[in-house]
Ligand binder design. Structure first.
Ligand code: UD1
Ligand code: UDP
Length: 366
């Protein structure tokens, strides 16, 4: 029997890898082993609980205010023994986190084949997003199976000279997860609180946005909120203490903004689906919002996910206060512009990515 080891460590990786874990467990021909690095702790455990995934190994690396050095050194030091004990035929990593990069590096050192889920996303600026653009490019050099979400990501890998035989267009497993969480009859006390207003959802966490860019974002949001008595904002804040400090400085003390703990993914998806508009620097939310037909203002200078922009649902608004303020205001003031942006589109597939990935691996590992 062949063994597949899945390694992940942060919230978004867990949301997009758990559907694969659960699909793999339905196949008798493969032994599935899960190792979490614990790059995130509480935010990872929330997702594991939702998808009922119990890891076989947990490297427990998270430290408060960890640096890229901390994450890299601690994962590299601890993953070796897991790889040597499990002896996997393939290791699956996801996307562009340090967990994914360091695991891929360890696999390369031990000459274990790597399957890269959500491969081929690119901005071609290694400082935006930082360090994710480097991480995913580096993984692509050494991966044997590349599960790309869209034709655009496939084209990126082909341009870089990857062997076409290693590239599989599968859609994004984010949509698989989304299909299991959205409920028509979903209720929540925060949604009751916002029900008399337009609900605006916010998230922000990117490493390159800590400091001045985040001040700009929060100031713009506060200005718009003060000018629009008909909106209420819910901000499930990332656990990074640096983000919390910034948000506290700029956004505390407003009765129409609720800064709350990270939501469980089922709740978060349902909040998104009940929202009017989303402001974020997240990657995953750019994949989920098109399916839900919710306009997104992406507070970043570049995106590796051009599909939502092409579909007209996502706008890249940078991190300057004035530009965020103008774009946010326009979407609240101009109904025609808002309507034009808010239509459902499925650039990331129909929710069968996990099935496709697992079937390909089953066939290849025969
Ligand atoms: C990481 C990923 C980023 C991904 C993001 C998803 C890297 C370098 N970064 O960034 O690509 O977009 O996850 O959210 O791989 N913390 C907790 N509890 C948690 C999670 C985080 O307390 O459950 C705090 C800790 O103080 C930690 C800090 O947040 O040191 C930052 O976490 P870290 O994983 O280093 O960075 P993220 O910004 O979360
Ligand atoms: N998410 C969640 N709870 C929250 C905020 C976000 O479950 O309170 C989910 C969201 O639906 C998406 C993922 O977390 O699937 C995005 O994670 P994040 O923004 O932390 O990372 P990124 O996608 O930018 O790497």
């Amino acid at each position: 029997m062949k063994t597949i080891l899945l390694v992940f460590g942060t919230r978004p990786e867990a949301i997009k890898m758990c559907p694969i874990v659960n699909e793999l467990k339905t196949r008798k021909s493969i032994k599935t082993v899960v190792c979490v690095t614990g790059q995130h702790r509480q935010m990872l455990d929330q997702v594991l609980k939702t998808f009922k995934v119990v890891p076989d190994y947990d490297l427990s690396v998270m430290k408060e205010k960890q640096t890229l050095f901390d994450i890299t050194v601690n994962i590299l030091g601890r993953i070796k023994v897991v790889l040597e004990v499990v002896k996997p035929d393939v290791v699956l990593v996801h996307g562009d986190t340090s967990t994914a990069f360091v695991t891929a590096l360890a696999c390369y050192y031990l000459q274990i084949p790597i399957g890269h889920v959500e491969a081929g996303l690119r901005t071609y600026n290694i400082y935006s997003p930082y360090p994710e653009e480097f991480n995913r490019q580096a993984i692509s050099i050494i991966s044997s199976y590349n599960f790309v979400p869209t034709q655009i990501s496939s084209d990126n890998l082909l341009k870089e000279g990857k062997d076409p035989e290693t590239i599989y267009i599968t859609g994004n497993t984010a949509i698989d997860a989304l299909n299991t969480t959205i409920r028509d009859d979903y209720e929540n006390e925060y949604l009751d609180w916002a029900s008399d207003s337009k609900l605006i959802m916010i998230t922000a966490h990117r490493r390159e946005n800590l400091g001045e860019p985040m001040h700009h974002m929060f100031r713009a949001i506060r200005r718009v909120m003060e000018e629009h008595p008909d909106i209420k904002i819910i901000y499930p804040i990332h656990m990074n203490p640096v983000v919390r400090l910034e948000a506290d400085k700029e956004l505390s003390g407003c009765d129409r903004i609720k800064i709350i703990e990270p939501l469980e993914v089922l709740d978060f998806h349902n909040f998104l689906s009940k929202s009017y508009l989303i402001l974020t620097d997240s990657g995953g939310i750019q994949e989920e919002a098109p399916s839900l037909g919710k306009p997104v203002l992406v507070m970043r200078d570049s995106t590796e996910r051009p599909e939502g922009i092409a579909a007209g649902i996502i706008r890249l608004v940078g991190t300057e206060e004035e530009t965020i303020y103008q774009n946010f205001s326009e979407l609240l003031n101009n109904k025609a512009v808002y309507e034009k942006m808010s239509h459902a589109s499925n650039p990331y597939g129909d929710g069968t990515a996990s099935k496709k990935i697992v079937s390909i691996l089953e066939e290849k590992l025969k």
